[in-house]
Design a protein around this ligand. Structure first.
Ligand SMILES: O=C(O)CCC(=O)C(=O)O
Length: 187
């Protein structure tokens, strides 16, 4: 993987914990105003304005997310405990367009945990034509730091299966947990 700053950790979540996390997520209400369903914790993120401000504080992360947030620090992936979590649900055929996470809104490391189904994440240099694909397996963690966080876009193509390394991998429902640290603007 030639994306500087990107780290991939297979098997970050144990199988019984994956099931428990999915059950916890599914017991919470979903927001349905995007093409895919999402849940926001810690701070609501305004996708249109690309901003977070103190009025968007929702409360601490839910109890089911806190052990993972703590492990991200204990494992040396994040310097401080993340205070924002977005849960994304992708049914087969759904994705997320290429983007760099809001630079003034969020700190230097973004961590995303994959539950339920693998998928391919595509990374492309924000300037230039370098591109890479990475398979995010169920229960894995991907860490975007350094250039991969600030100078590369990431996307999940909207399709029902992925082709990587000569294999075709059908997708099923994927739920991702993306942990960030908010830089509160206007405080
Ligand atoms: O689903 C993922 O792993 C990535 C989510 C993402 O890029 C985002 O919420 O901005």
């Amino acid at each position: 993987m030639n994306v500087p700053g990107l780290k991939y950790i297979a098997g970050f979540v144990a199988e019984p914990d994956e099931a428990a996390l999915l059950a916890a997520v599914d017991a919470e209400p979903w927001l349905s105003d995007l093409k895919r369903r999402v849940q926001h914790y810690g701070y609501r993120y305004d996708y249109k304005a690309r901003k977070v401000d103190p009025s968007m504080f929702l409360g601490p992360l839910p109890a089911w997310a806190r052990p993972l947030a703590a492990r991200l620090v204990a494992g040396g992936h994040m310097a401080t405990v993340p205070d924002q979590l977005i849960v994304n649900e992708y049914e087969p055929g759904q994705g997320i367009t290429a983007h760099v996470d809001c630079i003034p809104c969020f700190g230097p490391v973004v961590c995303s945990v994959t539950l339920g189904s693998q998928c391919v994440m595509e990374l492309s240099a924000a300037k230039g034509d370098e591109a890479e694909s990475i398979l995010l397996e169920r229960r894995s963690l991907v860490v975007l730091a350094g250039e991969s966080r600030f100078r590369w876009r990431h996307a999940i193509p909207s399709r029902k299966s992925d082709e990587i390394g000569g294999r075709v991998l059908p997708r099923s429902r994927r739920v991702s947990l993306t942990f960030r640290t908010v830089i509160v603007q206007g405080r």
